[in-house]
Design a protein around this ligand. Structure first.
Ligand SMILES: Cc1ncc(COP(=O)(O)O)c(C=O)c1O
Length: 413
């Protein structure tokens, strides 16, 4: 008889409470994440052009869906006409890829399903096993949704910074959530990554699918997110703007878009505090706030203190850095002007777009019209007690980024 879910969770809590001891746990290793170019996988490192598989599901809403898994991906692209006008940028065609319409509520549903199904198809996991994942939340949520339908146990290791809403949702989906210190560096055994690797060694039938390493992460976006965007834009896109956490989204989208629409510029958006942007000196310091290299920041889901193997920065034409206040002002602006209940990193992506247009001379109303896509990874569901709440905004000293004059033409009604 194997261990019950309750016994596995009790053992996991026990392990999490004991500080890591190298002498007692010599086999635990943190993977050597170091960017896509250093991956052993030929597709992710760029030595082979052919991805391992090509899977694309389409959502058949005129038929009965079998489960929430049929509702993952196939998200709408929505014109940002009204916010573009408020921003004085309506000479461009700006569109948002709205991932909160996905079954589990975020862009990470796509990779959760793909990582599960690739591992199942390769015989690495089976229902009843325990899936452990270090995540800032949305991958965890996606994994919990897939696991609830397919019948797996899930343990999520997550930094304390991430919102309480995500925890309540994942616990309701049957997962165990273990919190780690925000300040722990990625390669410290007390980080969310270190804890996941420790648990995997000690629990029976336990697996870390590892979004930072797994090629299924960028492939999910190469095969689905990017294909959808290209189809929705008739293969004619001038600029894609996208944040990066694991980098799976921007890596998968940039590769496919560059193949099918080579003229398209890919803009990566990275919050101050993170070090994903290149050239590296961009990460040093914000010109308008105290934010800077490896200092804490509030926006969730994007930015890291290491370069995930799922992030290929070679297809990214330009990086822009953002401050928390401008990202939250843009997220609140998307709700106010478009009625779209987006998450914080969507606002960050939009703020990044504004910065890119300004620095490239494209904010000038006489500049050539560009067809733009902004990737919006999740919805407000995860942040009801955070940037949606004016009291929280005030508590952390967030202004409306008025010095940036983001909404010069906002309507007065
Ligand atoms: C809210 C949010 N935005 C953006 C991202 C970044 O996506 P990726 O990990 O594909 O770079 C994530 C990833 O967790 C996220 O949760």
């Amino acid at each position: 008889m194997g261990m019950s879910r309750a016994e596995i969770f009790a053992k996991a809590k026990e392990i999490a409470e004991i500080p890591y001891d190298a002498a007692k746990e010599p086999d635990v290793k943190i993977p050597p994440y170091n960017g896509a170019e250093n991956s052993p996988d030929p597709w992710i490192n760029g030595s082979s052009k052919t991805p391992a598989t090509t899977v694309r599901r389409t959502r058949e809403l005129n038929k009965v869906c079998d489960s929430v898994l049929d509702l993952i991906g196939n998200t709408p692209l929505v014109k940002f006409t009204r916010i573009a006008k408020a921003m004085g940028l309506d000479h461009h065609d700006i569109n948002g890829k709205m991932e909160f319409f996905s079954g589990g509520g975020s862009i990470k549903d796509r990779i959760a399903l793909r990582m599960f199904e690739d591992a199942e198809n390769e015989g690495r996991i089976k229902p009843g096993d325990t899936i452990i994942e270090p995540t800032s939340g949305n991958t965890g949520m996606g994994l919990c949704v897939v696991a609830a339908v397919k019948g797996y146990n899930v343990i999520i290791c997550m930094p304390k910074k991430m919102s309480g809403e995500k925890i309540n949702s994942m616990e309701t989906l049957g997962a165990l959530i273990l919190r780690t210190e925000n300040s722990a560096a990625w390669n410290d055994m007390s980080s969310h990554i270190g804890l996941a690797m420790r648990l995997q060694k000690q629990l029976p039938n336990a697996h870390v699918l590892d979004q930072y390493w797994n090629v299924a992460n960028p492939l999910a976006h190469y095969d689905t997110t990017a294909e959808e965007i290209l189809e929705q834009m008739d293969n004619d896109i001038d600029i894609v703007v996208c944040g990066a956490g694991t980098g799976g989204t921007i890596t998968g989208i940039s590769r496919k878009v560059k193949e099918k629409c080579p003229k398209c510029i890919i803009v990566g958006v990275d919050p101050y505090g993170s070090i994903l942007a290149t050239p590296d000196n961009l990460n040093d310091k914000s010109e308008r706030s105290d934010a800077g290299r490896l200092k804490g920041y509030q926006v969730e889901g994007i930015g890291y203190d290491f370069i995930p193997t799922s992030l290929d920065r070679r297809n990214i034409d330009a990086w822009v850095k953002t401050d928390d206040d401008e990202g939250f002002a843009c997220a609140r602006g998307l709700i106010r002007h478009e009625g779209l209940f987006v998450g914080g990193s969507c606002g960050t992506a939009l703020a990044g777009m504004v910065k890119y247009l300004r620095q490239s001379g494209l904010a000038d109303p006489s500049s050539e019209k560009k067809r733009i896509v902004v990737v919006c990874p999740d919805g407000t569901r995860n942040y009801m007690s955070k940037f949606l709440d004016p009291a929280w905004m005030a508590k952390i000293g967030m202004s409306d980024a008025k010095d940036l004059n983001l909404f010069p033409n906002a309507p007065s009604v």
